[in-house]
Design a binder for this molecule. Sequence first.
Ligand code: PLP
Length: 392
Amino acid sequence: MVTDGGQPRGLSTRCVHAGEALDAQGGIHAPLYNHSTFGFQSTADLLDVVEGRKEGNLYTRYGLNPTIRSVERRLADLENGEDAYAFSSGMAAEAATFLAYLKTGDHVVCIGDVYGGTFDLLGTNLPGLGIETTFLLANEADRVASALTDRTKMVFFETPTNPTLDVIDIAAVAEAAKAAGALTVVDNTFATPVNQNPLDLGADLVVHSATKYLGGHSDLTGGAVIGSKRLLEPIWTWRKNLGQMMAPEVAFLLSRSIRTLVVRVRAQNSTATQVAEFLASHPRVRRVNYPGLGGGSEVARRQMRDFGGMLSFVYDGGATETAAVVDRLRIFSIAASLGGVESLATQPITTTHHGMAVEERARRGIVDGMVRLSCGLEDASDLIDDLAQALS
Ligand code: PLP
């Protein structure tokens, strides 16, 4: 659908139509097939699908279900990938990707701040399997080449990062990783395909927590991995055998949500820019982290079309005073997660980075006074008024 008969299609059109086959009953979009299994006319027909000669519907845990394949084709199209696999959560997508490409003795380089669950998986679970990770700070990304060893199989990062919103140069990291024979895997959850396409910049695989912007309404949990068919194949086996499939109802809901992705994210980009500018001028705010502030850095402008709906700021106070600011908010809800239509606020030390050692948080600049905001679809002026009253 990136092109249709040679005719290039815009992202909004692709969000609405990509991956959909017309419903046999004339329904205007792909229906929900909740079925766990699918029947065949003959054993020969069944074997064609089982042995990979024909694409077909077979068994939902395998992902061979039309509702799931429909959303996967749409996700692949939006990230300019050859194919995509949908998962029961973002963590399931990451875990299958790690397990497919890492074995005992292998090494990973993880750059910048990543979601706490990812940090835990790489730092706690995978070492138990003999897989080691070197964690570089975002401002050490230019040293990635020296962190790569002959055991390094993967470089993993988010950009913008969570919660400090640092921007990592995807093309530069991918070039260094490729030279060392390592895969580059980028978590594009924060940016979304509306603002950034890592595969176009040299990344090998893109992962998403579809729970966030792709779902967009805080009412589904899902994940995805997107890339070439060749690189996705080993991930498919892990998903199948670990039973990490996205449920068909969720795939249907996700398809529904992606239709409005562009309008939602563009509004969120604009609101976050206005909120960041307001906070940057506030006397009680020590620092604002937003990739688009002041027009954005050279790297941010080069790799992002716009700067996203997430930002964080550091309040001029300690943990308790900052919690009081958060508690005074009336429109922002106090909640983990992000990317939905409702604006959310969280102090990272109480949620996403609660489990991280205090020294590690300090090394990463995740201070007690930090508040992370996910800007939703409310009026920007109402959100700014809400922050003004909470900070006063
Ligand atoms: N990646 C990022 C950037 C996240 O913020 C999260 C969750 O907050 C995840 C991955 C994990 O996603 P999920 O909660 O869908 O497993």
